[in-house]
Design a protein around this ligand. Sequence first.
Ligand code: GTP
Ligand code: SPV
Ligand code: MN
Length: 601
Amino acid sequence: MKNIAPAIFPPSGIGDAKPTNQAVLDWVHEIGKLTKPENIFWCDGSERENEFLVAESLKQNVLIKVNEEKVPRSYLHRSNPNDVARVEKVTFICTPTKEEAGPTNNWSEPAETYSKLYGLLEGTMRGRTMFVVPYIMGPPDSPLTKVGFEITDSKYVVLSMRIMTRMGKIALERLGNDPKAEWNRGVHSLLDVDPDRRFICHFPQDNTIISVGSGYGGNVLLSKKCLALRIGSYLARKQGWMAEHMLILGVESPEGKKHYVAAAFPSACGKTNFAMLIPPAHFKGWKVTTVGDDIAWMEIRDGRLFAVNPENGYFGVVPGTSYKSNPNAMKSIEHDTLYTNVALTDDGDVWWEGKDGPPPKHAIDWRGNDWTPDSKEKAAHPNSRFATPMRNNPALDPDVEKGEGVPISAIIFGGRRRDTVPLVYEAFDWTHGVYLGATMASETTAAATGAVGQVRRDPMAMLPFCGYNIGDYFRHWMDIGKRLTNPPLIFNVNWFRKGANGKFLWPGFGENMRVLKWIIDRCEQKGGAVESPVGWLPTPHDLDLDGLEIDHKSVADLLGIDHEEWQKELAEHKKFFDSLGGVVPEELPKQREQFVARFTQ
Ligand code: GTP
Ligand code: SPV
Ligand code: MN
């Protein structure tokens, strides 16, 4: 069989950044003995190393060079068509007991799973190079920052990790020589990219991840969903902090008053877009800045929540990205960007559905086939992605490197709901807010394999990412609340409500500033609202809609609470809690009773 990742042979001075920590060396030795690579490449994250890896990847067709004039220093990678998204059904939490993984996770017994995975890894890197990637998650001087090592046989993974994490020497320095220091062990092998031999397994007790059989994003960039969320959430509970699937943004008023908010939306539900929002002309002098677009690590200081973005880059959804929807993202991905599964035009430019301007008359689609506007297939895969350094973002927040993080004034939960859920409302208090997060639901998207558009409960947008029992996770949220003397206000938003004509009622994107402004007003105790059964709800007058073309009926529909829909919704909440089999902390069903009572009052 063809070797999908033939070995490469670096000149001296490249690939030899061998760490000195004995625990790391022992582990690499063990995995090397098992997988039997042709050679070991110790990454240092340098420019020279990157150039070498890019050149080798071009030779092996792992990368395609994009037109240098149009998108400088940028490349296209095509993943195997059977391997285009996270696969939740083969993602496992391998805690000693099934209870620790809880009712929402796939569980498998650690010893058996190690032995199954080691069986699959046996000799799998023959004729391949084994890369050792040291990295840190978090700003260099944050107390939350974690060290990880990823072993991989994929050059695409190495090149992506250099964008997505702070990679190389910085990690070796932070780890030091203590053989007992805390660090994450990540092992990844493509194997033969066979969906039947694809497993993403987490061993929280051992701070270990083993991912095999995939070459795609969230399955293989082990820093991201695997470490920063699944293992991260497990460590966070143990150590008293929070690891959340949240963007972090800063909002500055024309007077220079600044707030930070964190927002949890499920995959492909608008985090990157919201984090890079450009306020419409009407909001002259207002500025929104990005701290992070996907993950927030938060800790309590002086009774407040402070957040850092553990990542160093954005792994964002490409389709729909345009100068109209997200100019900051467009500017970010115009250079030094690694694209996956977009289309390639005849002049070597990248293209996707929703990009500005007319579609090309001919292109090569994400699978490598000819494409024209008449083709039935999409040119770019709906889950095609960009990986781009956060430094490319013109709206990057100046405090993104601040070790102590940024203080969070508001937490926002949001899902993709065609009905029921209003544009925005505010929880009455922390516990009510936790209830709103715990019961949120969203229509499934192309970010994970499986059906798209089905409403499923996705508590705090963490359903696929919570590394332990969801009941304990809810309890952790309650415990955090008790320790906060100055807690963030909690909101729920829905950009995706549809009218009778099936079209979105709300224009979204930059116009979401209008909702954000109300949220900030509420944080400053000056925004108006009415008490409704679901929470504090703005009236149309409380939202600044000046300069927005939207009719009264749409606004009323967006802010409407349909009692019949909510009866169904509350019944779904009960079904969801019941399905969790008794792990839900008692405060939450109690909240539900109060919710029901408010509707009957
Ligand atoms: P992950 O990277 O998978 O976690 O996704 P994300 O939450 O960062 O979502 P992203 O911002 O990439 O948006 C996903 C999709 O939702 C894209 O197709 C966007 O065009 C679309 N989208 C984002 N914001 C809005 C909005 O305000 N309104 C509408 N209608 N669509 C939006
Ligand atoms: C998500 O699915 O939430 C993502 C993309 O951010 S991936 O990294 O593939 O998980
Ligand atoms: Mn995400």
